[in-house]
Design a protein around this ligand. Structure first.
Ligand code: FE
Ligand code: FE
Ligand code: ZN
Ligand code: FE
Length: 211
């Protein structure tokens, strides 16, 4: 369908998110299963429940707008989920995989934050107050899910992954001093990789303001 109005664009974006969320209801159980850390597994399981609610919320919004509940293929989410799948295949089990799962999951959450930020703004611009409210609930859940992943990474999983990595490199290390230097370097690397709060979150905030 050719899109020419704001309203049509809004509905197309909702259909894209509808497909994205539906895919996530299938992907999240696999991510939960692959996680070693209890907190992380629980976070994925809890977000799966929220995601099912988000699917229903989108269906309610289609009803409010009196348009067909139709999904439009979201290739971006397909790609992000594929990257998560590769993470599970390529990274060995344990804390390092947990860090990888958090990395993949935060890319997913940030995509959703951008998507919902835009549809909330579009709904408001079009005067669909009720729809805007429902979509804003989901937006807050996505932000909370992202923040939860930051907390899990910073409070435990990054550290566990560092210990695991240092443990396996201990055999090859030639001396205690080298080992200390290596630890310091790796602490920076894992922290930067798993905690993306400042950069991308700021980006999604300005995205929702602009849209
Ligand atoms: Fe979602
Ligand atoms: Fe999409
Ligand atoms: Zn990517
Ligand atoms: Fe989400």
């Amino acid at each position: 369908m050719a899109v020419s109005t704001m309203q049509e664009l809004f509905v197309e974006e909702l259909r894209d998110l509808y497909h994205a969320e539906k895919q996530l209801t299938k992907a999240l159980p696999k991510m939960a299963k692959a996680a070693s850390d209890d907190q992380l597994r629980q976070a994925f399981t809890q977000h799966l429940e929220e995601t099912r609610t988000q699917v229903e919320r989108l269906e309610a919004v289609f009803e409010l707008l009196d348009v067909a509940k139709r999904a439009k293929r979201c290739e971006a989410m397909e790609g992000l989920i594929q990257e998560g799948r590769e993470m599970i295949e390529e990274v060995g089990d344990g804390a390092v995989l947990d860090v990888g799962l958090i990395t993949a999951a935060q890319k997913i959450e940030h995509y959703e934050i951008a998507g919902y930020g835009s549809v909330v703004a579009l709904a408001k611009a079009l005067g669909h107050e009720n729809a805007a409210q429902r979509l804003a609930e989901t937006l807050e859940e996505e932000k909370a899910a992202d923040e939860k992943l930051n907390e899990i990474a910073e409070s435990s999983v990054n550290q566990k992954a560092l210990s695991q990595s240092n443990g396996s490199e201990m055999d090859e290390a030639s001396g205690a001093e080298d080992d200390e230097a290596e630890k310091g370097h790796m602490a920076q690397t894992a922290g930067g990789r798993a905690t993306s709060r400042r950069g991308p979150s700021g980006g999604s905030r300005s995205q929702s303001r602009r849209a």
